[in-house]
Design a protein around this ligand. Sequence first.
Ligand code: HEC
Ligand code: HEC
Length: 154
Amino acid sequence: MKRSPIPALTLVLLALPLCSALACTTGRETTVAGYDARWDALGTGDKMAHMHAQVEPAMREAFQSFDAERFADFDCQTCHGPGVDDGSYAMPNPALPHLREAGMFKEHRKADPEISKFMWKEVELPMADLLGQTAGPKGEFACWSCHIVDDRHE
Ligand code: HEC
Ligand code: HEC
């Protein structure tokens, strides 16, 4: 049977958003805005200052526009949890909901499509930019930068 070109094209078109979504790496490897170094090379003081000046304000705005009520008290603790009190700011934060990445986070996309999309488009991607990192499961910054992913395979 002769294969029509249409299904192939449809597949490509369907694959594109998914690719930029979860399967592929996006963003650029750069130095952190305002610094001469990449994120990993910054000292804790500079990381702290960048979190205060850039990350927390941008992310507060994003989370509160997504859900003003749920994220009314958004601050360092929303992401860092117990890492604020013990001063480690260690990430991922085990107190955030654990995720399962099987089927490109199918479980979560089914249970709560809105927040899953928000996490990818308005948290993961902008946050990678703020840190000058590449995004996506094969990049430097992804869901597992904040959440513990129970079934993570690298
Ligand atoms: C939107 C989530 C988010 C918010 C809000 C946030 N952080 Fe962070 N922070 C992160 C992530 C993710 C990392 C780890 C980045 C990496 O190295 O991969 C991090 C790393 C850090 C580090 C470096 C820790 C280390 O081990 O090197 C410090 C210090 C820090 N944050 C302080 C703060 C402070 C202070 C605030 C509040 C002003 C804050 N953060 C707000 C997500 C957040
Ligand atoms: C910069 C840190 C950060 C990154 C990156 C991140 N998240 Fe989140 N995520 C959070 C925070 C903070 C919450 C809110 C937790 C709360 O309600 O206090 C959250 C909540 C969620 C929830 C809601 C869970 C529930 O039980 O309500 C889901 C689902 C989720 N994230 C999935 C993802 C996925 C999928 C990715 C990657 C595409 C991702 N997250 C990337 C910080 C992050």
